[in-house]
Design a protein around this ligand. Structure first.
Ligand code: TXA
Ligand code: MG
Length: 341
């Protein structure tokens, strides 16, 4: 299949929307990461998304909408908690899991669950595309299953070229990690995946919120089915490096025969005289820029010949650092750098 590239002019978006209407798969930008779009009401189109990603069929998809009315096509009454979340965080990087009307969605979309995940992205381009297609679209991240989510159209091209009908290119995404996922069907609302919308921000609007985003073993049944799969993982080992461990980690890196990729914030790069060196990937000034640059850096070193190990800065476990450490924890299988390794 020839994969067409589109820009964000209205004529381009209209052509991409036409492909979606015809039951094809088109990758689209959001403010978090790129998604794989297909008409959520057409089973044959949704099946193509699972095939392109090589995604296990028990892992449900997000339904991405352009406005709240599109949610009402599947849900007769929006719960009060959802209304509060929508009023405060939509459009934005929050995915809300709620119950839907029986039979309103194909079990292929929901993995057979009685609940469905809805997302109304902040990106204007996403909302324009969905409005032009005039149908809610499924929107899993546009990577091959298990690989880091794509934050540029080139990442999508790398994974999906020849497998999908088109890609809408809107440059690098701004947030860089996927949306916060909250399940409001539990007694206490539960965060299943941390993201840019923090627990503190959610609690300020709806009161106490639990979080359940530890790694789940393959034999357990996780709340978010996607959590049991290895994620964001380059082919070479990734180690987390705590701020105080950098000096030892850099000495270790210099002693290795094969190059070691180093991903660190500017402060660490400067303090250790690494500025301008090869095999160094800047995570920018802070944890917010690090979220935007994390997946691109992992993909960069994964593609570079010779790199045998990747060392990545670990940030404090607070605020949007929780989202960062959650993704990095999966990429590294929880391994920290240790001078004796
Ligand atoms: O930022 C994002 O959310 C991106 C952009 C493209 O919108 N999309 C995204 O989709 O990350 P995906 O499919 O890669 O991740 C959705 C997560 C998966 O872990 C999935 O298991 C979980 O949400 N999920 C979806 N529906 C669910 C449901 N009904 N109950 C529990 N978890 C659900
Ligand atoms: Mg994903």
């Amino acid at each position: 299949m020839e994969t067409k590239m589109f820009k964000t002019a209205t004529t381009d978006l209209a052509a991409a929307a036409e492909l979606i209407k015809k039951g094809q798969v088109v990758a689209f930008p959001t403010e978090t990461v790129y998604g794989l779009g297909a008409d959520a009401t057409k089973e044959s189109a949704v099946k193509k998304v699972f095939a392109a990603k090589n995604r296990p069929s028990d892992n449900p998809l997000i339904v991405t909408v352009a406005n709240v009315d599109m949610v009402k096509r599947f849900v007769s009454e929006i719960p009060t908690i959802a209304e509060k979340l929508i009023a405060n965080f939509w459009p934005g990087s929050l995915t809300i899991i709620m119950r839907y009307n029986e039979g309103a969605l194909s079990p292929i979309v929901t993995g057979g669950l009685p609940t469905v995940a809805f997302r109304l992205p902040a990106s204007d381009v996403t909302r324009q595309l969905i409005a032009l297609a005039d149908t809610p679209i499924v929107g899993p991240s546009a990577n091959t299953s298990g690989k880091p989510s794509p934050t540029t159209a080139q990442h999508v091209w790398h994974d999906m070229q020849g497998k999908i009908a088109g890609i809408v290119d809107d440059g690098a995404t701004s947030v860089g990690v996927e949306s916060t996922v909250i399940d409001i069907t539990t007694d206490v609302p539960t965060i299943l995946r941390p993201g840019a919308v923090t627990q503190e921000a959610l609690e300020a609007v709806i009161g106490p919120v639990n979080s359940e985003h530890r790694k789940v073993g393959a034999d357990e049944t996780p709340k978010a089915p996607g959590m049991k799969y290895r994620h964001y993982a380059p082919d070479v080992p990734v180690y987390m490096v705590t701020p105080e461990a950098w000096p030892a980690a850099i000495i270790w890196a210099q002693q290795q025969l094969e190059p070691v990729g180093i991903m660190a914030p500017d402060e660490v790069i400067e303090a250790n005289h690494l500025a301008g060196m090869d095999f160094v990937w800047s995570l920018g000034t802070d944890v917010t820029t690090a979220n935007a640059k994390l997946f691109a850096g992992l993909r960069y070193f994964d593609e570079r010949d010779g790199v045998e190990t990747i060392l990545v800065h670990h940030f404090a476990n607070e605020g949007v650092g929780l989202a960062y450490n959650n993704r990095l924890g999966k990429a590294s299988s929880g391994q920290y750098f240790d001078a004796d390794m």
